[in-house]
Design a protein. Sequence first.
Length: 387
Amino acid sequence: MSTTSASMFEGRGGRLATGSLVAPPRLATLVYRSRCVEPWSAQALRRMVDAAQLRNREESITGLLICEEDRFFQWLEGPSDRLARIWYSIRQDPRHTDIEILGDAPSPVRFFGDWDMKLATRQTLNPEAVRLAAAGLAASGGVAVVDFPYDRPWSRPDERLDPSLTEHPRVGELARLLFAADPDLASLLIDELHLGTDSMAQLCATVFEPAARGLGDLWMHDECSEFDVTLGLGRLQGAVRSLSSTTSQRVLSASRLPSVLVAPVPGERHTLGATLDAEVLWQAGWDMRCELPATDAALGKLLASQWFDALDLSLSAAFEREHWLPRLARTIAFARASSRNPALAVVVGGRAFFERGDRHAQVGADAACPTALRIDPLLFGMVGTTV
């Protein structure tokens, strides 16, 4: 990997010098271009952008990514210390080379503040918008050597790559049908709702997961029994398997994706979360193994017998299970100690983390995934470049 031009984010030997930034500006902008080492498929590009969006939201970074054949152009803006961390990560990424800094400077404003990472091509790029932004960067003291001879319409600023996470308005109806005497009523409604979604991942986020939480809410209000909740979750799980067998298509990647062990937390009887994550990861082409370990020892044996890049553990999708968190922390500590991979990435999911995503640190996990829709880009951002 090669890099040209000096930057406010570099120290001697091309390494970050975040410690040398005295009184960093409130905002900074970094613009660079690079060349892909290997061609990117549409699926791989989408996955990379999804992962970048998750990372950028956490770091309060906004910007623009342009992909044209084997070239990347990226405009990043945000707090200078956070931008420096991301720049270091970018320089270490083996998927691109010939990294050339086109501009870097303190910035009084964000030029692409509405986008955590906008993906653009010749078909979507507005040359005037980028020229104006480049002029602003030059005026603030940065180098601006970017030219874009594109003349295609600009995409709307509110466009997003992610499908809507809005809960379907009929989820409440579905939750009640899931434990009705006639199981076909729920099945018919699920088939109907499936027609209005683009993918299994979106169906998880807008129908299956909200319906599971709806079952939990009904139980909390004494409108159903715990048996009803378990029955309803089982029917949701059956629907996932039925749809998977008839509609799922697995993405075949030219490069091997990392290996992931997906499992419910040992002792957790509600396994819907693991089923949803496993289905989404399988469709996305991951080297995925889904197991149901009954004990921490059984989980540790799995991790000791085979190399896994990541572990995806889930609690109930219906109940919050706050009282399980200390137990989960012990499970994760034991899993890390047992794993053949000393750098095992651990992700947790379930209603406990949908309600409070910051709880992952409390149990010793690296991240929490609020929905199966996010599990692919989240894991890719964590371990996607390790193999």
